[in-house]
Unconditional design. Sequence first.
Length: 447
Amino acid sequence: MKYFLAIIGGGPAGYTAAERASKAGKDVVLFEQNALGGTCLNVGCIPTKSLLYGAKQYYNATHAAKYGVTAENVVFDYAAMQKRKTIVVRKLVAGIKARLNNEHCTVVNGAASVLPPLRGGAEWGLECNGETYEAENLMICTGSTNFVPPIPGIKDNPAVWDSTDALAAAELPKSIIIVGGGVIGMEFATLYHELGVPVTVIEAMPTILPNLDPEVVQILLEKYKKAGINILTSTKVESLDDGKVTANGEVYEAEKVLVSVGRRANLQGLEALSDIELERGAIKIDDFCKTNLPNVYACGDVTGKIMLAHVASRQAEVAVGRMLKEIPLQRIAYNAIPSVVYTNPEIASVGITEAQAESMSIPVEVRKLPMTFSGRFMAENEGETGLCKMIVDAKNHSILGIHCIGNPCSEFIAAASFAVRNGYTVPEMQQVVFPHPTVSEILHEIL
């Protein structure tokens, strides 16, 4: 059978593309060698957030006195947390299977390899489990893998974990060193710290979370250091020996070492696409996620754009729209992609930072307010101050970026993304009515 679209990879990009194209009446085949949902659902976003929520419940119970609640002999069961995490993941995977269960969508469990182009490059062939498939369009959604830095002693070290190992561990480590203070590293630092595990974070850059607004990050850094997390910045790991980490000439020791220094595009199975254009080790795409090869698209982490599940899903929607020749053709607003770090407190941001505006020679007005200007925030975040920061174009007063720290900023950053995406000016945003009392009102107060 010949398909309209063949997709390699069943993560957010792959299953979104399959669902959209098949609902349009096009025959689709999707190949996934592991479980549907990809990294995000199975060994990333969802299991991490499930464990983090359990840790937050324990943390809140042991810090409830400030709200007039006393709880004695509070304990947690990490095995139960892990069991719940697994149940959540299985339910969501089952939900994706149900969404793809229609007459136009075929799901194949196995590792697919691309064959040389057919019929002068107009069509594509794939091999999986000994079977051959043909398709008019090919979409590559092979995701990314954990990057293993070339540090002496890291390979075959039983004390070393990556994020997948950490999520699968049946028991908490007695102590842990986290190499890498990016999003993954800081979320795991939050999880382990709130469950009572001594944590040391080693980051080579001058600050943790280097891609975020420095003022927002500084608030988290000061809180975590005060709470007892040992955070070392401008510190380069030189070698590992079991659980001993040598960095900047000093030796640090823990039961486990979690290495989380980024991810790299996964290009396995694509050897036949030798002419595909790469950029910084990832597949280069245009505004519609099309590669330089005819009828070949790429979406998600493999493009190296922004490695977030919601970006992958949006790329898939745009790519399928291009295949279906929908009018008007849509593009992705990469300038308005929201991001969240699920620390405690959360960090959420969209658009450019103050430093980025300066590097781009854009004159801006910077507005700041403590999150305590929201009554709801005050009611629910005793002892916290937080910050909301808005970057406004000084010439036309359009909103270029919003950066927040404080719970639950993840739940209203989409409103900020909408403003940045549509080029709202401050006067236009002032006309938006926010419900009271909500923490989202901070977006109105700051205007």
